[in-house]
Design a protein around this ligand. Structure first.
Ligand code: MG
Length: 200
C-alpha cells in the first residue's frame, strides 16, 4: 500500500483538536537537546522509541544524520542498544523489497532494532509491539518523533511515559502530505509549542 495512504492517520485526524493527545512533553530542535542521563534518572525512562524519517535520518535515509550522530551514540551508551527501537511508517518506494531492504540497512548502520509491522503509527498496537521489543513498561518508555499527528498522538494514546517532538532534520525531503500535515499542526498549536519549548 502506498506510503501516503495511511488509514490510521486519516482516522485519527480529528484528534488535531484534542490538546491532551497532540501535545508532547517536550519540544526541541533535534535530539542534541536531549539530556539522556536526565531522561533516565529524572523522568524514569528506561527505553526509547525513535521515529526514523526526519527524526534520525532524512526521509528514506538509512543512516543517522551527521548533525546528531554524537547524541544518538550517547543514547546507546546510556540506555544500551537493546533498549532503543525504531518505529517507522515507511512502506517502501514502490520497488519490490525496498521496505525490507531499508529495515536491514537501518539495523546494520544504526545498530538498533526496527519494528516490522504492517500496522502504522498512530495505531496503538505498533507502540505496544515496540514496547515488547525493548521489554519496558509503557509508562517507562519515551517516544521521539517529528510529527504530532503521527508520532506524538499515537504515543499518548498508547500511554507512553514521555514524548518529545523534534523539528524535521530536512523538511524538504518529506512527501507533500507530510509537509502539509506538519504545517497545519504546528500552526494550530504554535502558542502551546512556544510555551513548551520556553519552559525547558
Ligand atoms: Mg518522521
Amino acid at each position: 500500500m502506498a506510503q501516503w495512504f495511511n488509514i490510521d492517520f486519516l482516522r485519527n485526524s480529528l484528534s488535531l483538536f484534542n490538546h491532551d493527545l497532540m501535545l508532547p512533553d517536550r519540544y526541541v530542535r533535534d535530539i542534541n537537546e536531549i539530556n539522556w542521563e536526565d531522561l533516565k534518572k529524572d523522568k524514569g525512562i528506561e527505553g526509547v522509541i525513535f521515529d526514523a524519517d526526519n527524526t534520525l535520518t532524512v526521509y528514506e535515509g538509512n543512516s543517522v544524520h551527521h548533525s546528531i550522530i554524537k547524541s544518538f551514540e550517547k543514547s546507546k551508551k546510556i540506555y544500551g542498544s537493546d533498549k532503543l527501537v525504531i518505529l517507522s511508517n515507511y512502506t517502501g518506494n514502490g520497488m519490490e523489497g525496498s521496505r525490507e531492504r531499508r529495515i536491514e540497512e537501518i539495523k546494520a548502520n544504526l545498530g538498533i532494532r526496527v519494528v516490522a509491522s504492517s500496522k502504522k503509527k498512530p495505531a496503538i498496537q505498533v507502540y505496544n509491539i515496540a514496547v515488547c521489543y525493548i521489554g519496558t513498561q509503557s509508562s517507562a518508555t519515551a517516544m521521539i518523533g517529528d510529527t504530532m499527528g503521527i508520532d506524538i498522538l499515537g504515543a499518548r494514546k498508547a500511554g507512553l511515559g514521555y514524548t518529545v517532538l523534534v523539528d524535521p532534520l530536512d523538511p524538504q525531503s518529506d512527501p507533500l502530505y507530510l509537509k502539509f500535515a506538519r504545517h497545519v499542526e504546528r500552526f494550530w498549536y504554535r502558542k502551546e509549542l512556544a510555551r513548551i519549548s520556553n519552559t525547558q
